[in-house]
Ligand binder design. Sequence first.
Ligand code: ADP
Ligand code: MG
Length: 671
Amino acid sequence: MNIPELFGCMVFGDAEMQARLPAEVYDAIKQGSRLSSAMANIVAAAMKDWALAHGVTHYTHWFQPMTGVTAEKHDSFIEPVADGEIIMKFSGKALVCGEPDASSLPSGGLRCTFEARGYTAWDPTAYAFIKDETLCIPTAFCGYNGESLDKKTPLLRSMQAINKQALRVLRLFGNENVTRVDATVGAEQEYFLIDKAMYLQRPDLIHTGRTLLGAPPPKGQELEDHYFGAIKPRVSAFMKELDLELWKLGVPSKTRHNETAPAQHELAPVFTTVNIATDHNQLVMELAKSIAERHHLACLLHEKPFAGVNGSGKHNNWSLSTSNGQNLFEPGDTPHENAQFLLFLTAVIKAVDDYQDLLRASAASAGNDHRLGAHEAPPAIISLFLGNELTDILKAIELGEDYHAPGRARLKIGVSSLPRIPKDSTDRNRTSPMAFTGNKFEFRMLGSAFSIAGPNFVLNTIVAEVLRQFADELEQAADFTAALDMLIQRTIKAHKRILFNGNNYAPEWVLEAKLRGLSNLPDTPSALQAMLAPQSVEVFARHAVLNESELHARHEILMQSYRKTVHIEALTMLMLMKDAVIPACVAYQDQLTSLVKRKREIGLFDGMELQLLQKISTLCDELPSKIDALEREKSLPAMATLRQTCDALEALIPQELWPLPSYAQLLNSVV
Ligand code: ADP
Ligand code: MG
């Protein structure tokens, strides 16, 4: 197999466009200029020819509504002409704009049903591709008056915002050659794989994505023997096929390995611009699910499929890259480069501190609530890890002192004469929700099922805002270097509370964070509230990422999704009571009762059976009131107390009578 040839063969990428489009059309696309309708027709015809050569019959505007998954409505290329004949047609108009109606997708009240039209608009900055013999055209999705109804539109807007503000700052450093600054992202994806037949016996997994019941297995992740362990043949076959299919779609899947929990795995691609990384991550999730099916596996993307073992997240590696290929968070070799690096670094520090609640909100969902603060995942408190050396450098700057690097000569500090900052100085701290890892920031709070668009448009917007403030100030300065020194020093002083290199999982941190005045928003409803704060409204409006009504609509959609998720879980749990737990309890008690009776009849001692029966009977007596409470409240606490009783019962009732595969079976179902 020729992998370089295979890579991107299903993408209408740069090479294909260059070969099939006139130079001025290609250049217009690359420069992001508005295409005339004549140009759009040329692109559409070229795309169609390319697609037809691959056996494609349909096209679709592929978009990313607020459901967090992608949406597509297929149209065939066929167009009837005279005498019952057809031709294959695809116009520029059909490429550029679609009207999928899509009135059943969430809009948070932005669309009234009587004007329910939704429009999709081609995003020429992302690549069209072929999936399932369908030409997929990445699009933004909006309402009649242009209100954003998707994940992509604010992301694209935020990219413009950060580009504009970062360029202003670069110009201050005399950097005239850079024409564009893009956010780059590499999204590491965690997931579980279990056997499909077993999955089908768990209505909770089918309906909610997570197990609502389940006694702990004798062996979970305690021995830490799964992490980076040898990959089992069935999993390996799945991973190989997934990689191949992703490569065909131009997704640079790079790393695959077993994760910490049994049955947990990870895939990481090579980073790219955030818009494309977002499309890619959606494809990773979609293909992981569909390819798992072919291997008689179920891929679980839920943040916490199993209580008591690690949940799944998504590590969002974020950085800024210039059109010259320079990473703005790469510490440089010269004092000048380092001064620029430090300004961008302090911009992130300030942004993370000023907008910690918004960042937290961007990682909030019903699924992720089971994960934040538990086990390996970061707690719900935002802080920033810089590593010891960088922290010491910032401390020296703050105090106006010289910096003494261990094992190196004492260095004079002042922004204009900084030491070379070694890349490897950021030792890893896996407990931090946001870590500077040498030349990028790794935001680790995201849930595994998330679209990465939300957290990234927040990151882009808040950093753009701080860069704006910095540029406003520095553009006015008479002495740039002196003003820069002061600005950096002042910013470190004002925002150092957000820096934390210690163990984020330690209970002491929760107390210390409180003393530092950092927020701790433990659940989705409290976290999402931050979206509505005046400073959130202000920052999104100022950078034209979301206006106030778009923001409110988004809050409403996310809250509704949270409430519906919990409601569905409660109903599923009630169903499990009726169909699984109660019948199993009744059957086993019946067996034990008749055994006790028969033993007594022939004069035998019934101690063991009776004791067991009593234990089970006592536990069963807890059920009716707990079930009533769940029926009434449909709440997470009501589910949790009911689960306790059920799990205790599962531990006592033989597996053959318990109609649900156990944790031990599920977590070891793939051999
Ligand atoms: P890990 O964090 O698992 O040790 P790495 O740090 O090597 O692994 O990389 C994790 C992810 O970060 C990869 O997807 C990689 O492509 C991405 N990454 C590396 N550099 C950048 C960058 N400049 N911008 C965004 N993502 C990056
Ligand atoms: Mg990582």
